[in-house]
Each structure stands twice: as C-alpha cells, then as structure tokens.
Ligand binder design. Structure first.
Ligand code: HSE
Length: 463
C-alpha cells in the first residue's frame, strides 16, 4: 500500500525534487469550475500525483477574465503568473503544456493552435472544440510531434478515452453506447421519478451547475453528439464526424411517453450511439426506450455511463460522474500525468498513443456515417385513435406498410389517465428508419388516427 510518508521519500515527488526531473510546467486558460477544480486537486494530491507521474506538475501561468477572482481561487500562490491574455499563456516560454478549460470553439482554437505551433502539448476538456475542429487540431499536433489529450472532454470522470485508445486495442469494436450528457439524464430522471415538467427540471439542473453555458447544447443533444463523435473516431478509426451525426434532443419529449415507457417496462434515456455496420457507421444521439432492467436504465441523475462491445472483450461498462469541478479535474490531471511521462522534447508519432486511437495513416477517411434512413432499430409508436376498436385497423395498416409489429396495447383513460383519446401503443421489431418514417408520415392521414403519432427508438443494447 502507498502511504504518504513513503511517497514523500520518492525521488520525483513534488516534495523531494532535488534529484528529480524538473516539474512539468502547466499554463492554464480558464480558472472557473474546471480550472479551479484542477488547481485544488493538483494542490491536494501533489505528492501522490508526482509519484505517479515521475515528476511534479506545477501550474506556472493562468489566463483569466477576472484576475481578482482568479487570485482568490489560486490563493495568491507565488510563482503563478496571472494574465488576461490567453495567447500569452499559450505561447509562454516557461510552459510545457497548455490546459485549455475555457470552452467554446472560436478563440479556443486559436489558443490551442498557437500552443501547438510553439511546441507545447495540449490538454483540453473542450468537446465542442474537438468535435468541430478536431481534424485541424490533431493534424497540427501530429506535425509538431506534440500530444493533444482530452479525457475530460467525454464523460469526465470515467476514463473512456483511455479505455478505447489503450485498454481495448485488441478488439474490433462493434458498438459504443451511453448516457453522455448529465444534464439531460438529470432532467429525464426528474421527469420519471417525480413527474416534474421539462422546464422545472432544466432549471434545477442549471442551478446545480450541470448545464452548458448554452443549455440548448445539453437538451438538444449537441453536447452528447460532440462526445459521441469522439467516441466513434476512437472506436472505429474514422475521422471526427460530428457534422454527420444524427442529433435529436429531449426538448419535445412528452410526459405521456415517459409514463408509457414505464408501463411497457422501459425507461427513456438520451443515448449517444456509435455502431459499426457492414456499410458504414451509425452515429446518432436521441432519446430512446431502454429496458427497465438494463444496466443503462439504472444510471440516474447527472451520472454518465458508457458501454462498449468488443469482439474479444464482450461488453464492458464504465460509470461515473459526467460533470463537476473535481470529476473533470480527475480527467484533466490524468492527461497531465500522461504528458509528464512522455520522453523529453517532441515525441515521434510511433512512440505516442495516437490522438484518436489509430495511427493517422490507418484512419479510414472513407468510412461513412450512415444516413438516418439506413439506421435499423426497434421502435415505439404511440398512435392516438378516435375509438378503442381501431387498434386492429392500426395494426393491420402498419403490417401492410412493412412495419413489423411485435406487441400492441391499447391505453385509455383508465390505464393512462393523462391520455385524452385512446392510444395504441406499438413496439416493433428492428426495421429500417426509412420504413418507420414513411409509415408515421402516412398514418397522419389514416381515418382512425386522432392526432400526431409519436415515434421513439427502442434500444435493447444486448451483448
Ligand atoms: N453539460 C455537460 C453535461 C457537462 O451535462 O454532461 C459535462 O460535459
């Protein structure tokens, strides 16, 4: 067992640096929630971290908008240069590695590229930056021989990037699926458990600090799609294809469907899914019915979980906090430790874990994201009808439209008090999305149908 007295005697620990390698010098842009958490954990665990890294890790420069607030977080630490100029930190002669935890995609790209151009490694928790500009950032880093590490960008506390890039390298990955937006999972949990409406649950999530500055990114699935596109690249050896992801959020999800899910034995979760098919990769984010007994259905509140199906490993699962100061700091510092362990100077490509898990020459630029129409999965349909006996008509009509009906139930005011008119609840077998889309569109004109048809995907996520 490690204990503190033992660690203090280790060469290379922050407390005994005399004969050790010099510390890794960090410049940080942003000292808000994540930056403050990173500072706090680095201070609290510095001896342990140095023992693991083989040398100390020291923050030497910080860029912040509000210097007074930054000084308060840093407790006026001597030796830390404070500035309002992020480029000063990105290009600082004393800095070995830039930690970018300010967020956003515009200025952050400039800072990160400037740091790379100056031969600095980069650690970032900025999923939007890498989802949108990842190809540019990784190509620049590859040319310069520096690392860009981003464990904090995806489901912060769980080391899923490390799992995909290193732990599971023997596997042909079949699919990656998970709950990768804590805010939307918190909202869905509150809607299911306490019946609160969407707006009230979102306000709670914001008060707890889970939501992005623009909560639309959380509730419209964009944040999860940023993360899913990074997972897909690492899983399948494809470029980051955020621009081709199919993205739906939870804003229009009705309480009635959350209740129907419960009655049918499911829970609604916002899933990010990347699945390898013969013709390409499904890359999609959307609310889905998940069997109530499934492990992912048990993931509640702001927690995240990711499952990976590898051909050799089988299904593995990773679970933990998906947001928050110290859970994100945990990932940021793990990346810093990886950087601290790199050989001095720039690192030849063959010595390094590739940025996206596959060496750049092996990335399959042709591997396409499948269009929505080609996705093949099960569905839940809720069809409002004028009268209960019309369940048979709906079933026959769906079958005629090539929609494979697996189960049908009629819900009425007795079984589903908020439903108004009777509702035909349908679970299908796996079917092409194009077939379901056509059927749902055409159902609107069916004389038995009394209102808009709701269609949600059903994901069984079996091993
Ligand atoms: N807004 C994000 C979430 C934070 O809710 O998951 C972490 O990426």
């Amino acid at each position: 067992m490690f204990n503190e007295p033992h660690l203090r005697s280790l060469p290379g620990s922050a407390a005994a640096p005399a004969t050790a390698m010099r510390p890794l010098r960090v410049g940080m842009i942003g000292i808000g929630t994540v930056g403050g958490g990173t500072w706090a954990v680095l201070q609290r665990n510095q001896t342990l971290i140095a023992a693991r890294a083989g040398r100390g890790i020291e923050i030497v420069a910080v860029a912040a908008r509000n210097l007074e607030r930054a000084a308060a977080v840093l407790q006026d630490a001597p030796g830390v240069e404070l500035t309002r100029d992020p480029l000063r930190v990105a290009t600082h002669p004393e800095v070995d590695v830039l930690v970018e935890v300010a967020g956003g995609t515009g200025p952050a790209l400039e800072w990160v590229l400037a740091a790379i151009a100056h031969g600095k490694h980069v650690v970032t928790a900025n999923k939007a930056l890498l989802a949108v500009h990842g190809q540019t950032v990784f190509a620049a880093a590859q040319r310069q021989g520096v690392a860009v590490a981003y464990e904090g960008a995806v489901a912060v506390s769980l080391p899923i990037i490390k799992a995909l890039r290193e732990g599971l390298t023997a596997n042909r990955i079949e699919w990656v699926a998970g709950i990768i937006n804590g805010t939307s999972n918190f909202i869905l949990t509150r809607m299911r458990e306490d019946g609160v409406d969407f707006a009230a649950a979102l306000a709670e999530a914001q008060a707890l600090g889970y939501a992005e500055a623009d909560p639309a990114f959380d509730v419209d699935g964009v944040d999860a799609a940023h993360k899913a596109s990074l997972l897909a690249a690492n899983a399948f050896g494809m470029p980051v294809r955020f621009d081709q992801a199919q993205v739906e959020g939870i804003r229009t999800l009705q309480a009635l469907d959350v209740e129907c899910a419960r009655q049918l034995g499911f829970r609604v979760k916002l899933l990010g899914i990347a699945r390898r098919q013969a013709e390409g990769v499904e890359l999609r984010v959307h609310p889905a019915f998940v069997p109530a007994q499934h492990l992912l259905a048990q993931v509640d509140g702001s927690m995240n979980a990711v499952m990976v199906k590898g051909d050799a490993s089988g299904v593995t699962m990773y679970y933990g906090a998906g947001a928050g100061a110290e859970p994100t700091a945990s990932a940021v510092i793990a990346d810093l430790v990886d950087v601290a362990r790199l050989p001095a100077g720039t690192v030849a490509a063959q010595q390094r874990v590739p940025h996206l898990g596959f060496h750049p020459h092996a990335v399959d630029e042709q591997l396409a994201v499948l269009p929505r129409a080609a996705v093949h999965t099960r569905h839940y349909l809720r069809v409002p009808v004028h009268q209960a006996p019309q369940i048979e008509a709906v079933g026959a009509w769906l079958t005629a439209q090539q929609v494979p009906v697996q189960r049908m139930e009629l819900a009425n005011e007795k079984t589903l008090p908020a439903c108004g008119t009777p509702q035909v609840l349908v679970l299908t077998d796996a079917v092409r999305q194009a077939t379901v889309d056509l059927a749902v569109h055409a159902l609107a004109a069916h004389p038995a149908v009394a209102g808009p048809v709701v269609a949600l995907r059903v994901e069984m996520l079996e091993g």
